[in-house]
Ligand binder design. Structure first.
Ligand code: UD1
Length: 309
């Protein structure tokens, strides 16, 4: 039996990961403050222990780690929205950086046994570096507090792993979509907002002309990458892009969703959002070299998503 801690485990990506982990001989502790996540995202299983708590409570998190001695730790709790971080820079720093630093420092200080720790950083660290596709060796250009804190934590993960020989790994998620993405939040990913608009005949606003590009990656593929990295001992002290490797305009993906659902989007166009990146897509050669990450074609992923809501 393996013991997992998933921070942010009631959130979109976390709960999809928990759904997969309960298929094995695992016990999973979820810590989530339910600021974005939903208790209803979690499966009703005696393999899952849910703790409603804020990861910024350092004493609480340190005690949990010391008492439970997890085999695997997956750090997904975050202010997940670039736009939200622009409004709340200090909260972003406390949640996306300091809380995670406390966790890795506790592991080091207490010499906690651990098979692997995974931290989710973001494609936002690449910023407006014009070189495409984004490859892990590119110079970073963090444009918002969100990107700054994600990058700082990513570096801390790699540095701790090297300095103290700890099994830590980090990734840069591109634009993840799929079942359980919270459509009620204005800070949710754009595809869930479009889906919500289509289903409820609500208006949708394109920030910009819709020509901005993203690398949309299906959440099931992200889960395959997380689990693969957790169980690959040589994947450590390193960072990997997690994406589909395809560049798609926001307009194109909105058109695809309209075709799949048979509904018409009531769209308006406004100015681009502050701190927004124009173009993004990933080189995924590094993660693909392991062979464990699945790549669901975009339209197939969109169909699974549409069928789930
Ligand atoms: C997303 C993720 C972020 C991740 C990053 C990695 C979310 C909420 N954010 O940021 O966690 O680190 O990818 O690349 O999943 N848009 C509209 N109308 C809307 C909402 C958004 O036009 O109502 C536009 C945005 O201005 C942006 C694009 O859609 O140009 C994507 O926005 P969003 O889904 O918020 O993602 P990112 O900002 O790319």
């Amino acid at each position: 039996m393996s013991k997992y801690l998933v921070t942010g485990g009631a959130g979109f990506i976390g709960s999809n990961l928990v759904d997969e982990l309960i298929k094995g001989d695992n016990q999973i502790t979820v810590v989530d403050d339910l600021s974005m996540g939903l208790l209803s995202n979690l499966p009703d299983s005696d393999k899952v222990t849910f703790i409603k708590h804020d990861i910024t409570d350092h004493d609480f998190m340190s005690a949990l780690l010391i008492n439970e001695k997890f085999d695997y730790i997956v750090l997904l709790a975050a202010i997940a929205s670039v736009a939200d971080s622009v409004d709340r820079p200090y909260d972003t720093h406390e949640i996306n950086q300091e809380a995670n630093l406390n966790i890795i420092e506790t592991i080091r200080r207490e010499h906690l046994p651990l098979k692997k720790l995974f931290f989710a950083s973001s494609a936002a660290v690449y910023g407006e570096n014009p070189i495409l596709p984004k490859v892990e060796t590119l110079a970073v250009d963090p444009l918002t507090q969100y990107a700054v804190d994600k990058y700082a934590t990513e570096r801390a993960i790699i540095n701790y792993s090297r300095l103290y020989d700890l099994p830590f790994v980090t990734v840069r998620f591109f634009n993840v979509f799929g079942p359980k993405q919270n459509p009620a939040s204005p800070y949710s990913g754009v595809l869930s907002i479009i889906m919500n608009a289509l289903q409820n005949d609500k208006p949708f606003t394109f920030f910009g002309d819709g020509g901005q590009t993203r690398d949309f990656v299906f959440v099931g593929d992200v889960v395959s990458a997380i689990i693969g990295l957790l169980h690959t001992p040589e994947a450590r002290a390193d960072v990997f892009n997690i994406a589909n490797g395809q560049q798609t305009t926001l307009q194109q993906v909105a058109d695809d969703l309209q075709a799949i659902t048979g509904k018409t989007l009531n769209a308006t166009y406004k100015e681009a959002r502050q701190g927004d990146i124009r173009d993004s897509y990933a080189n995924v050669d590094k993660i693909n070299a392991f062979g464990f990450m699945t790549h669901t074609p975009l339209k197939a992923g969109l169909k699974i998503y549409a069928d789930s809501v």
